[in-house]
Design a protein around this ligand. Structure first.
Ligand SMILES: NC(=O)c1ccc[n+]([C@@H]2O[C@H](COP(=O)([O-])OP(=O)(O)OC[C@H]3O[C@@H](n4cnc5c(N)ncnc54)[C@H](O)[C@@H]3O)[C@@H](O)[C@H]2O)c1
Length: 302
């Protein structure tokens, strides 16, 4: 039997390269589309077919979708601050690019699109934990752009019959997190500072909490979402750890030498998600706690 063809957009990025790795191990015929704007080709398993193409170019991406069964759509410019600095540029990839991926998937009659959504769609909510039935109130262009991608997915399911599912990730961490560019994730900043013997810099009072989620758990969620018979109509599902940690707590797990800097706009105070729906619809539970995941990261970065 021929291998099942799958597409990973953004497969040269942090999470996409982990998904590619796992799909290759499971015997899929993996095709990666990435423009290498933040990703790196070195991260992509050489057994995957690689196309250096921009998802904003529908004509170029469409032929690659022919014969594909699943599309894991991760390509994005995923930084809150970048979306504030340049809303139009990020919109082009995060919204227009997502629309192109859905169009190409629809035309090629792929079985299902698994969309990488973001907890930033919630914004600051009064009630916690964050549940999927809450009205989204994104605080940044990035949050809104990712949120609109979810709506496009749902609409492509209802209007065109294309199966879709949106996985809302909460602060993903793990090996291979982006180390370049001026918008680095907090873990990378802390680990770099520790390595260089500098104080860890916390933006604001450090009391803001996040449901830090291990990348291996996010990979599993993607595979389960592709296979589950209970999704395909544009469902939105939180993919988050069981417990939220404050930035202060994370920093203290790395170093005692800490300084606080002024707060930034568009920053969410508390991001604690419920993962009950993920258990129900795709039978997913996080397997790696923060302390265990961080210990592995320290070995890798320091
Ligand atoms: N990392 C997190 O904590 C997190 C949280 C919530 C959601 N997400 C979502 O997960 C996905 C992957 O995030 P990541 O952390 O791996 O980011 P990343 O920056 O490491 O990966 C994104 C990849 O997309 C590629 N890309 C960007 N613009 C492109 C374009 N126009 N055409 C083709 N490729 C393009 C980049 O080169 C990169 O390889 C994103 O959709 C992001 O919004 C991530």
């Amino acid at each position: 039997m021929a291998e099942t063809k799958v597409i990973v957009t953004g497969g040269a990025g942090f999470i996409g390269s982990h998904i590619t790795e796992k799909l290759i191990k499971e015997g899929y015929d993996v095709h990666v589309i990435d423009n290498l704007s933040t990703g790196s080709k070195n991260k992509v398993n050489p057994k995957a077919k690689f196309y250096k193409i921009d998802i904003t170019d529908l004509k170029k991406i469409a032929p690659i979708f022919k014969g594909a069964s699943f599309v894991f759509h991760l390509a994005a410019l995923p930084r809150v601050q970048l979306s504030i600095d340049d809303p139009i540029k990020t919109h082009q990839t995060n919204v227009n690019g997502t629309l192109n991926v859905l169009m190409a998937a629809k035309e090629a009659k792929v079985k299902r699109v698994i969309y990488s959504a973001s907890s930033s769609a919630y914004g600051d909510q009064k009630k916690l934990p964050l549940k999927e039935n809450m009205q989204g109130k994104p605080l940044s262009p990035y949050g809104f752009q990712k949120y609109s991608g979810e709506h496009y997915c749902r609409i492509f399911s209802s209007v065109f019959g294309l199966e879709t599912v949106s996985l809302r990730y909460f602060n993903v961490y793990g090996k291979g997190m982006s180390e370049k560019g001026s918008y680095l994730p907090v873990f990378v900043i802390f680990l770099k500072q520790k390595k260089e013997g500098k104080a860890l810099t916390i933006i604001g009072d450090g009391k803001q909490k996040r449901s830090f989620t291990n990348v291996n758990d996010v990979v599993n969620a993607n595979i389960l979402a592709a296979k589950s018979a209970k999704v395909g109509k544009g469902e939105v599902i939180n993919i988050c750890a069981d417990k939220a940690y404050s930035i202060n707590e994370v920093a203290k797990l790395i170093s005692e030498n800490i300084i606080n800097l002024p707060e930034r706009n568009g920053e969410i105070k508390m991001s604690l998600g419920s993962n009950a729906l993920a258990k129900k619809l795709i039978n997913w539970k996080p397997q790696t706690g923060l302390k265990e995941g961080l210990a592995e990261l320290k070995e890798f970065y320091i």
